[in-house]
Design a protein around this ligand. Structure first.
Ligand code: BG6
Length: 500
């Protein structure tokens, strides 16, 4: 099926000189171009405040594509064809001239095509510019056609519930909700999109997908990377805002939401919003009991010494910002009442691994002598792309001896198709006007409501129960304790049968 859009597309990127543009956006748009998914006619207007030579700018983007694209080095002729659509506009986001000069370029683009094109405005900028840019676009009439014009906003969307609500109100005065695409790039990941297919196109699991058969769920996004050069942003944010409020809660939504009545943006987002609204909000005492926060101290990562978080660039030497969170959450609805959802994320852990583990209840039949492992369904999001089901089987031989085995689905064994990057899927969706994988205002606010009691508690007691963990370890032992009595440890794809 062609995903091409008939309208010419004018893509504007604010923050053209930033890391996101070079690492993710341009490689993704280039791959869409390679895959012939873009409209025949498109232009990319790259805006940033630095004045620079356009040729040099394009060469730098090419170096970014060569380094970060999943397709490797760009073919020279194809890159030249693509680069002829790239235009650099030097302009201060705070000044009217910037919007006026962009407007002129957009109008020239429409005139040349004899038709008003689609307009995408991507905010690859620090959050403090969101309102300024929105105002500029609004006042100068650049983004005023509901049907054709869209803005794309990166996280963080606000720093707490109040600021997110304020920002939503601000945007809604200038744009229609359907023009606002709030990105959570986890939703664009192939393996995350597949969870809906897995759950709702296969009836076999549906009767089991509830508190009668499921003991608990683990959602773990472990990162090997440190905070690195992002200390300035991260120290004011922390893992709760950086990962849990958005990515992990979205993974929770796709795992636990009810089946929407149709596959369309609004009903799917209704189902997710309704799930978020059912997550239990904690009291201060419950926060201390159910949420573990940690911060890495010096250690070794990949055989290399890793300094403590507090020694990272732009991080306060007495910082209490968390680089690790483990949470035990409950969903108060009929399907999930009583089932703990354990969420975990952290930096400087021994390896990158994002998995969702559905652990089923123990078999009620106790006829075998061996210890029986509960069944586990493991959905691996990255770096491995697979789904496996763990079950007990008889070891061949003359005795009735049992051992857990695995049934596996891996993308590489089942498909020849390449796996697109999350940003490819998401950018194409913006161009074709499909908001299914984007966060609606009410979803963002409901997610903030879940984490606000935690933020408020930590604000009030900044140093209480902040566990330091060694960089290169699996985080504080308290995170393991949190799992009891359901299970002894966090399950990884590599060790599913090791953990009882
Ligand atoms: C970003 C966070 O949103 O997601 C980063 O700001 C984090 O701190 C990143 O490292 C993880 O994304 P991915 O796709 O590499 O798992």
């Amino acid at each position: 099926m062609s995903t091409k859009k008939k309208y010419p597309a004018a893509i504007t990127i604010f923050g053209a000189k930033g890391d996101l543009t070079r690492r993710k956006l341009i490689p993704a748009i280039f791959n869409l171009f390679l895959g012939n998914h873009l409209p025949e006619t498109f232009s990319i207007f790259c805006v940033d405040f630095i004045s620079l030579d356009e040729k040099e700018f394009k060469n730098d983007l090419l170096a970014g594509v060569n380094e970060f694209s999943r397709n490797g080095k760009a073919d020279d002729a194809v890159w030249q064809a693509f680069a002829s659509r790239l235009h650099y506009i030097s302009g201060d986001f705070l000044k009217a001239e910037t919007y006026l000069s962009l407007k002129e370029k957009l109008e020239q683009f429409d005139t040349a095509n004899k038709q008003r094109g689609n307009r995408m405005f991507y905010y690859a900028v620090a959050p403090r510019f969101i309102e300024t840019i929105s105002d500029g676009l609004y006042k100068h009439g650049l983004c005023n056609q509901d049907r054709l014009d869209r803005i794309v906003i990166e996280k963080p969307f606000g720093v707490d519930l109040l600021s997110a609500q304020k920002l939503n109100r601000f945007l809604r005065k200038r744009f229609a909700e359907k023009q606002i695409y709030r990105i959570d790039h986890y939703l664009g990941k192939e393996t995350v999109q597949n969870i809906m297919a897995f759950r709702f196109a296969n009836y076999v699991f549906e009767p089991l997908w509830n508190n009668q058969y499921i003991d608990h769920v683990q959602i773990s996004v472990a990162e090997e990377v440190s905070v690195g050069k992002r200390g300035g942003y991260y120290d004011a944010s922390g893992a709760l805002r950086d990962m849990i409020q958005n990515h992990l809660l979205q993974l929770l939504c796709v795992t636990a939401m009810e089946c929407p009545p149709r596959y369309d943006a609004e009903t799917i987002r209704d189902a997710k919003a309704s799930l978020l609204k059912n997550i239990r909000h904690y009291t201060t005492a419950q926060v201390f009991k159910n949420i573990i926060r940690g911060q890495y101290k010096a250690g070794t990562l990949n055989n290399t010494p890793q300094p403590a978080y507090r020694k990272e660039e732009h991080v306060a030497s007495s910082s209490t910002t968390e680089t690790f969170v483990a949470a035990k959450l409950f969903i108060d609805n009929k399907r999930w009442q009583g089932v703990p959802f354990f969420l975990r994320t952290g930096k400087c852990l021994p390896k990158q691994s994002s998995v969702i583990v559905i652990q089923f209840k123990d078999s009620p039949y106790k006829i075998f002598k061996d210890d029986i492992m509960p069944n586990r369904l493991i959905i691996s999001i990255q770096p491995e792309l697979e789904i496996s089901l763990l079950f007990e089987s008889k070891v061949p031989g003359l005795q009735m001896k049992l051992k857990p085995v695995e049934m596996d689905f891996t993308y590489k064994d089942s498909y020849n198709e390449a796996i697109p990057e999350a940003y490819e899927a998401l950018l194409l969706d913006v161009l074709i006007g499909d908001a299914t994988l984007f966060m609606r205002a009410d979803q963002v606010e409901a997610a903030w409501k879940v984490v606000m009691p935690i933020i408020n508690t930590w604000r009030k007691y900044p140093a209480k129960q902040l566990h330091l963990y060694k960089a290169g370890s699996w985080g504080p032992t308290a995170a393991k304790e949190l799992l009891k009595p359901n299970v002894k440890d966090w399950v990884l794809l590599q060790n599913p049968e090791a953990i009882k």
